[in-house]
Design a protein around this ligand. Sequence first.
Ligand SMILES: CC(C)(COP(=O)(O)OP(=O)(O)OC[C@H]1O[C@@H](n2cnc3c(N)ncnc32)[C@H](O)[C@@H]1OP(=O)(O)O)[C@@H](O)C(=O)NCCC(=O)NCCS
Length: 197
Amino acid sequence: MFRIERAGPADMAGVYRVCRLTGDVGEDATALYLDPDLCGHVWAGAYLAQEGGTQLLAVDDEGLAGYLISTDDTAAFDAWAEAHWWPPLRVRYPRSDEDTPSARLIRRMHDPQQRTPAIVARYPAHFHIDLLRRARGSGMGRRLIERLLAELQERRIAGVHMGVAQRNANALGFYEHLGFRVLEAGGGGVTLGMPLA
Ligand SMILES: CC(C)(COP(=O)(O)OP(=O)(O)OC[C@H]1O[C@@H](n2cnc3c(N)ncnc32)[C@H](O)[C@@H]1OP(=O)(O)O)[C@@H](O)C(=O)NCCC(=O)NCCS
């Protein structure tokens, strides 16, 4: 009953909504953040705003129920975000040293994720996948990732990685079941990867 569609310019609002509804280790993060757009700004919007990559949606009769968003080239994506995505957000959301969920997420705009150069070189693509509860557990995650892997191989991308919170045991089990292997772990996060060539 779920179908895969490509994301287009009209899907930014839906992707932000799914990002917020899965933003607390897979559960609804709405109550965590004063501003409902924060999750989308930090985790999702840039993938739709830049050109290229594989941007997929899981859709049913109730609408958008999940996404897989990605880039083929993490280094180029980070450089694009540094030039175009983060600067206006840093103006709108000034850094604060408060110990609140909102302040912690806003600090990610100011101090974007530090990546390990050897991982980016060997596994240049990366992705995020988030499904609403109604789309989970029936093979949709596998279908989206298999579509991504096929498209990356067609484009001759050497490998793909992704980051996951250490406490997200469900996602870790899912990725390892699909053949991803842990590349590094620390600071509450785990990076997994898969070589494609
Ligand atoms: C993680 C997520 C994408 C998985 O998608 P899903 O649709 O629930 O998973 P699927 O039904 O496609 O499962 C695919 C396979 O993985 C297996 N699997 C799923 N979860 C697993 C787990 N925790 N441990 C081991 N295997 C698991 C399934 O049994 C299935 O096996 P099979 O295809 O060999 O029969 C989805 O649960 C989700 O969006 N969760 C909330 C958001 C989230 O945590 N995102 C990841 C952030 S990094």
